[in-house]
Write a protein that binds this ligand. Structure first.
Ligand SMILES: Nc1nc2c(ncn2[C@@H]2O[C@H](COP(=O)(O)OP(=O)(O)O)[C@@H](O)[C@H]2O)c(=O)[nH]1
Ligand SMILES: [Mg+2]
Length: 394
């Protein structure tokens, strides 16, 4: 088929949504790549499996749900009839769905956070707010879990948002005010990767021009996206080529499809047009293979590390320093205060450690008092349970 002539329709259609968390099973036998993560990560995560939370943001009808199904070769939204909701909600809702994926014995618990209603209401100037609140809530849950007694960081369930795919419509000519607002408010909170949705509706020349314009705007407005780590000069040639290809693909031009066809004895997800069929995985037309490679394989651990070491640490500092707003931290003179802040955080960390130790000591003391009491009062039985110890008169 002709390489440049793709469908030009950007019709919107509906899908159902409500705040809920649904567990589903993967429906595919094909692999998406996470089982081939580097060895050390593989060993660390093999035992308990690993968690990854991906958020999708963009207006209704941009193909977010279809793309998630395509990316993870699953049917995350299979239970949702196409006619479930033709009209987007007037305010942003948060909908989370989880799926357990397994590849060659490696388990991935994938949670997808959808944000229906983004940019669709009459007044969409603050539609970034509920999304930012949700990300903060996840940080707060993690913070409370790790600061409460007895839970080590590695055992805390990690539901923090590790990556946000920001869907840009193919019809725009550059970053719109709504995009700039969202990107500016969320850039210090989550790893943002911009994608151009429904790339098949653009000619190749239009796509190249749009990518260029978007990159200019990102630079001009000082937007900070997920920063792909610089390739290691000592790594092999293939990895260096892949790193370069990934960097050059930003913003990723993507397409998705829920239709599976058979082509040359192979099952493919495809979009059909009067003039032919496009395999949505074909890297000639779509950056989907690159995006999947980085999300599921090469950069999954880096996305988690940056979430933990940078975004979550900023949130934690904000909590420990008693700042209401993350911007208060960024607006302070970074050089004048950095040492003071670091010391304060260290002191707070020490206080938390001391408090944990005090609780531990008190529990031990209580336990030995109870034993002593039982020795001198044998008619009293002590019931031990997870929720504590109770005296029962027998
Ligand atoms: N042309 C084109 N249409 C798509 C693509 N992905 C999804 N669609 C169609 O766009 C409509 C909305 O898709 P959906 O995934 O529900 O969008 P969402 O509201 O962003 O989740 C559906 O009719 C899809 O078939 C794509 O890559 N290209
Ligand atoms: Mg959807």
């Amino acid at each position: 088929m002709a390489t440049d002539s793709f469908e030009r329709q950007t019709r919107r259609s509906g899908s159902g949504r409500r705040r809920k968390c649904t567990d589903l099973q993967s429906t595919s036998n094909e692999t998406i790549g996470f089982s081939t993560l580097p060895d050390q990560i593989h060993r660390k995560t093999l035992k308990r499996g690993f968690e990854f939370t991906l958020m999708v943001v963009g207006e209704h009808g941009l193909g977010k749900s279809t793309f998630i199904n395509t990316l993870f070769m699953t049917e995350l939204y299979a239970d949702r009839p196409p006619s479930a909701r033709l009209h987007p909600p007037k305010t942003v809702e948060i909908e989370t769905r989880s799926v357990e994926l397994e590849e060659k014995g490696v388990k991935l618990r994938l949670t997808v956070v959808d944000t229906p209603g983004f940019g669709d209401g009459m007044n969409s100037s603050e539609c970034w707010k509920p999304i930012l609140d949700f990300i903060d809530q996840q940080f707060l849950k993690y913070f409370q879990a790790e600061t409460s007694f007895g839970i080590e960081r590695k055992y805390v369930q990690d539901q923090r948002v590790h990556c946000c795919l920001y869907f840009l419509p193919p019809s725009i000519r550059g970053l719109r005010p709504i995009d700039r607002d969202f990107l500016h408010h969320l850039q210090h909170k989550v790893n943002i990767i911009p994608v151009i949705a429904k790339a098949d509706t653009l000619l190749k020349s239009e796509l190249t021009a749009l990518k260029k314009q978007l990159l200019n705007d990102i630079d001009k407005y000082g937007v900070q996206l997920y920063d792909f780590p610089e390739g290691d000069p000592e790594q092999d040639e293939d990895s260096q080529t892949l790193d370069k290809a990934l960097r050059e693909s930003i913003p990723f031009a993507i397409m998705g499809s829920n239709t599976t066809l058979e082509s040359n004895g192979r099952k493919i997800r495809a979009r059909t047009y009067p003039w032919g069929v496009v395999d949505v995985e074909d890297s000639k037309y779509s950056d989907l293979p690159h995006l999947r490679e980085m999300l599921c394989k090469t950069h999954l651990q880096d996305l988690k590390d940056i979430t933990s070491d940078l975004h979550y640490e900023s949130f934690r500092a904000q909590q420990l320093l008693g700042k209401k707003n993350l911007n208060d931290i960024y607006e302070d003179d970074p050089y004048e205060n950095v040492e003071v802040k670091y010391k304060t955080i260290q002191q707070k960390d020490e206080q938390i450690r001391d408090m944990k130790q005090q609780i531990l000591d008190m529990q031990q003391k209580l336990s030995s008092n109870i034993n002593e009491y039982q020795t001198i009062n044998p008619s009293v039985e002590i019931e031990r349970s997870n929720s504590g110890e109770r005296f029962t008169k027998i």
